[in-house]
Write a protein that binds this ligand. Sequence first.
Ligand code: ZN
Length: 62
Amino acid sequence: MAFTYACSDYPGMAPCPGRFTAKTKDELWEHIELHALVTHEEDPSEWPDDERSKIEALITGD
Ligand SMILES: [Zn+2]
């Protein structure tokens, strides 16, 4: 079981090569938030719920 998120799937993020896979969704979110902070200079603590929903919808997993 693994969950994957590709940053380029997010609208407007197409050139970003960031892609993360983790065993749990909680860990995957850690990667996504750190990536957003370091690479995109965004503060994940300021993301509104609909931002998180958009990301959540793009997470693939089995
Ligand atoms: Zn990215």
